[in-house]
Each structure stands twice: as C-alpha cells, then as structure tokens.
Design a protein around this ligand. Structure first.
Ligand code: SF4
Length: 335
C-alpha cells in the first residue's frame, strides 16, 4: 500500500497476557493463578484477515474478549492505529464505542427477545453520534441492514421473529454501527448449517475488506478458515504454538500440535462418531489450572523428549514468515 497511514498495522498487540486467580482457589495450583493467555504478540494490517485456531479452552475466546475490552486482569499493550486502547479504556467504559468489536458465538444471549432490531442496531449509533436525530438514525440503521444484506423492514421486527442467519447478520450490523477499526468473530455463526455459515463468513470478510478493517476469526477447525485468512495461528493453553501463512501452515505444518489438530480434523470428517470421540478424549488438553511444565504440549506430543519437560520453547522463525514454538522444529529431525 502506498498510503503511509495504512502501512502501519491496524492492530498491534504486545506482551498480552491474561492472568487471574480462580474463585475458591484450591491448594497446589502452580503460582496460585491461571494464566489464560501468555505473552501474545500480533500485528494485523488494514483489510487483512487472520485466523486463530485451537481446541476448546485453548485461549481463543479469552483473547477475543481481551481485545474487545471485555476481559479483566490483562497486562500488555493493545494499539489500534497507533492508539493505546488500554489507556483510553479507563476513561471510556462503553463497549459500543470500542474500536475493536467482537461478534460472539451467541451474540444475543443476554438480550430480551422482544427488543426491536432497529433499537439494537441504533444503540451503537446513538453512542457514536449522540446528536443524530431519529430520522437520520433510522436511515443509518436501514443502511447498515442493507450492508449486511437484510431488508430495512427488519428494523421493526423483534429478535424473536428472526431466523438464526438473520440474527447473525444483525450482530454484524450492530458491530458495524460502533464504527470499528477491527472486527473479531468468535466461532463465526457456529449455530448455523454449513451453507449459511459459509455465506455469513464470506459476508463478514467482504465487509471488512470494503471498510479496510482488520478481521480476526477464531475457530476450532483449522481448515475451515483456509479460504478467508492470509495467516493462521494455532493455540493451546493460552500460548501460540505456530504462526504462518495459511497455505504453509495447513499444507506443511511444522509444529506437532498443529499436525495433531489437522489429523483430528481429518478423522472427524472421515471416521464414525464413536471413533472420533474416543480419540478426541485421549488427546484432550490438560486443564488450564494445571499446565504442564516446560512445553505445554509435551504430555500429548509423540515426539517429546526430556528437554521438552525441562524448558519451555518460544516462538522462533522456522521459515519465511513461519514461526513455531518447538525445541526441535528446524533441526531437520521432524521436518
Ligand atoms: S517442544 Fe517437545 S513436546 Fe513440545 S512440541 Fe516440540 S517436540 Fe513436542
């Protein structure tokens, strides 16, 4: 890009960690806290889409909520177009004014089903532009509905009257009403069938590119994000295990954890449910309260050696724009 402003990352994250004490803490916890996210660094360009993948409980949702200002007990830096958000968050606690907007897996779980769609979307507009009169706000709501492919009559309907695909699009319209610079989509439209989910993700990606937003998608299945993301990161127990351009990560994964994720995804596509469940249980992640010493993947890693228990590997370059946190990747023995 030639524009110097857009050469800077839209989103820049440094040393982001989330650490909290569990309620009714049990004796024997390592250091007496839960490290839900450990020292994460990310840069995302204007209009770029990247994906985070990993099993349930790997830290994806904590990361999404931390970026969107919904998570407490954060350390580190989150910058959006160069502005430190953790400083402004103390002055402005309204999440609908936050430049990073999150579309959660079940975005209307806390909403009354009788609420009108026009009010739900208009709330974000009201906070962004308090002086807008009712007529202008209605026009804005209609424009947002059109942008997500919904008719403007929908503004008069209630949440209860909407289908699941329509609700997903309303969640996107509401997020756009907050005039975000970064969009996050956690388990995008997971409740929809395959066709509707694909259509929704395509819409989100399309809108993000048109508006030059950075887009972060979070999913369990790595291959599900292939068509949309320029880069993928795999996570377990709050740590990034591997980061690479999408095709490199999916076609030539370097980290044993990424390989295990891809294997499991292939099994779930091909094998009967019972076999899949059995294998999935065997390879389940340890509890976040009791992270293994050294490499957190070592209890499940078929290539683990004593060094993996003694010391924790950190992300290092193993190829062009390709990083992996494994002691042995790159020495030729596991490539
Ligand atoms: S550091 Fe050791 S345990 Fe961890 S992924 Fe690499 S080989 Fe496996």
């Amino acid at each position: 890009m030639n524009d110097p402003a857009s050469a800077k990352p839209r989103l820049s994250v440094r040393h982001l960690s989330v650490q909290f004490r569990p309620r009714g803490m049990l004796p024997g916890l390592r250091r007496g806290h839960i490290l839900a996210l450990d020292d994460l660094h990310i840069d995302v360009r204007h209009g770029e889409t990247i994906g985070f993948v990993g099993e349930s409980g790997c830290g994806k949702t904590v990361l999404a909520r931390a970026l969107a200002g919904l998570q407490k007990s954060i350390t580190g830096s989150i910058r959006c177009d160069g502005e430190e958000l953790r400083a402004t968050a103390k002055k402005d606690t309204s999440l609908l004014r936050h430049p990073i907007q999150l579309i959660e897996e079940n975005p209307f779980a806390d909403f009354k089903t009788r609420r009108k769609i026009g009010d739900i979307i208009g709330e974000a507009l009201r906070l962004q532009t308090p002086k807008l009169d009712t007529q202008a706000r209605d026009a804005h709501v209609a424009a947002l509905l059109a942008r997500v492919g919904l008719p403007d009559e929908l503004a008069q309907k209630t949440l209860k009257a909407l289908t699941a695909p329509e609700r997903a699009r309303v969640a996107l319209a509401r997020a756009l009403g907050a005039q975000p610079k970064v969009l996050l989509c956690d388990a995008p439209a997971a409740q929809l069938d395959d066709e509707a989910r694909e259509a929704f993700i395509e819409l989100v990606v399309d809108v993000a590119q048109q508006m030059d937003l950075a887009l972060l998608l979070f999913a369990q299945e790595p291959t599900a994000l292939r068509p949309y993301c320029s880069r993928l990161l795999t996570m377990t127990l709050g740590k990034v295990m591997e980061q690479a351009p999408t095709d490199a990560l999916l076609d030539a994964p370097r980290h044993p954890y990424t390989r295990a994720l891809l294997e499991r995804a292939a099994i779930s596509e091909q094998s009967p449910l019972a076999t899949h469940k059995k294998r999935a249980a065997k390879s389940a992640a340890p509890a976040l309260q009791h992270p293994p010493m050294g490499c957190v993947f070592h209890p499940r890693c078929p290539l683990a050696e004593s060094a993996c228990v003694r010391s924790e590997p950190h992300l290092r370059r193993v190829g062009p724009e390709h990083y992996a946190a494994c002691h042995f990747v790159g020495d030729g023995s596991q490539s």
